[in-house]
Write a protein that binds this ligand. Structure first.
Ligand SMILES: O=P(O)(O)O[C@@H]1[C@@H](OP(=O)(O)O)[C@H](OP(=O)(O)O)[C@H](O)[C@H](OP(=O)(O)O)[C@H]1OP(=O)(O)O
Ligand SMILES: Nc1ncnc2c1ncn2[C@@H]1O[C@H](COP(=O)(O)OP(=O)(O)O)[C@@H](O)[C@H]1O
Length: 311
């Protein structure tokens, strides 16, 4: 039985006259092929990647397993449509905290149309991408209460300052409420989610070492998806934290050149996460966002800190 995933945090969502992704009970994620060359490009990437013997096995686990394409009924009822059949990176988790981080200060690539470049450039410039080398595209965080879920408006998190991004990365691994703006994120789960030999930092470092050398692909506009099971961590269990790379609609050939745009963004994300692990208590700046009603929404505050950043 196919259904719309609750855990989608960014990208094209179903509704408004367009089909969105679907999932099944066996751990598969069905992504509709987009009509223009984005769909064909992503399918070509997965096909090439799956059979490329130059990709080491320990790196493959960071990409969703590809099960080919399949014609299925689109989520918007518009009829049969080809979908990429992928491993669902979130499957098997009842309370998944999920963050989609788009890597690269530049999401456009030279081969794209002028129009597309201009659109991407504007988004990069307005978002944290240009200055940080990555931007949070979307996220959902479970709190410590069973049904407490924070899924902030995407546009808010995409345009955060460096301080704002740091706060969200801290909230991602905290035990206190992500929704209460007066609570300073306690980073209680930083070591179990970000740290350790199998935590998110170790996985990102493993990826980085391959990207510093590989010249096969340029992953333009691709995302790192970070996922862990909040319920298990709250009970003192392992976080089962996982990193997956997703969204290959704009991959181009590397032609013997390293993907410096991707490597730079990955290094920057690694630095933010390392700092949270080494100094989780460092003073948190007060950050407020403007939501769609033009009302300030304070993201977090701390008694000791007085700096306030408004966007
Ligand atoms: O905001 P838009 O309308 O430009 O939509 C973005 C899409 O652009 P489009 O207009 O369809 O060419 C954009 O599509 P492409 O990357 O161009 O394939 C993404 O899907 C983007 O989502 P995310 O950054 O991957 O989370 C989409 O952004 P969000 O929906 O996350 O804002
Ligand atoms: N293989 C996957 N497993 C689980 N969730 C996924 C997977 N691929 C994508 N998603 C979810 O769907 C969202 C959009 O995916 P993405 O590939 O970026 O689509 P788009 O091309 O529309 O931007 C991601 O932010 C994530 O929440």
């Amino acid at each position: 039985m196919l259904k719309v995933p609750d855990h989608q945090v960014a990208g094209h969502q179903g509704g408004h006259g367009q089909p969105g992704p679907l999932i099944d009970d066996s751990g598969r994620f069905y992504k509709p092929l987009q009509d223009d060359d984005r769909g064909a490009r992503e399918a070509a990437f997965y096909t090439s990647f799956s059979s490329n013997t130059r990709v080491p096995d320990h790196i493959r686990r960071f990409f969703p397993v590809f099960h080919g394409t399949q014609l299925i009924e689109a989520s918007d009822g518009s009829g049969q449509r080809p979908h990429l059949v992928l491993e669902d990176a979130v499957s098997g988790r009842s309370h998944p905290s999920v963050m989609d981080v788009k890597i690269g200060s530049r999401t456009w690539y030279p081969e794209a149309s002028e129009d597309y470049i201009q659109r991407c450039f504007e988004k990069d410039r307005k978002s944290s991408g240009l200055c940080l080398g990555f931007r949070i595209s979307g996220l959902q965080l479970y709190g410590s209460e069973e049904f407490e879920l924070w899924k902030p408006e995407r546009k808010l998190v995409q345009n955060l300052s460096a301080d704002g991004v740091r706060v969200v990365l801290k909230k991602f691994v905290s035990s206190n409420s992500p929704i209460d703006p007066n609570l300073n994120p306690d980073c209680a789960f930083a070591s179990s989610v970000y740290g350790g030999s199998s935590g998110i930092l170790a996985q990102l470092l493993e990826l980085k070492s391959w990207f510093e050398d590989q010249t096969i692909y340029h992953l333009n506009s691709c995302s790192v998806l970070m996922v862990y099971e909040k319920k298990k961590v709250l009970k003192g269990g392992s976080s089962d934290a996982e990193v997956k790379l997703i969204d290959f609609a704009h991959v181009t050939e590397g032609n013997g050149i390293i993907d410096h745009n991707f490597v730079g963004g990955l290094c920057s994300l690694i630095k933010f996460i390392s700092e949270i692990l080494t100094s989780p208590d460092e003073c948190t700046t007060k950050v407020c966002l403007q939501n769609s009603d033009n009302k300030n929404e304070i993201l977090t505050s701390s008694n000791e800190c007085t700096t306030k950043v408004c966007l």
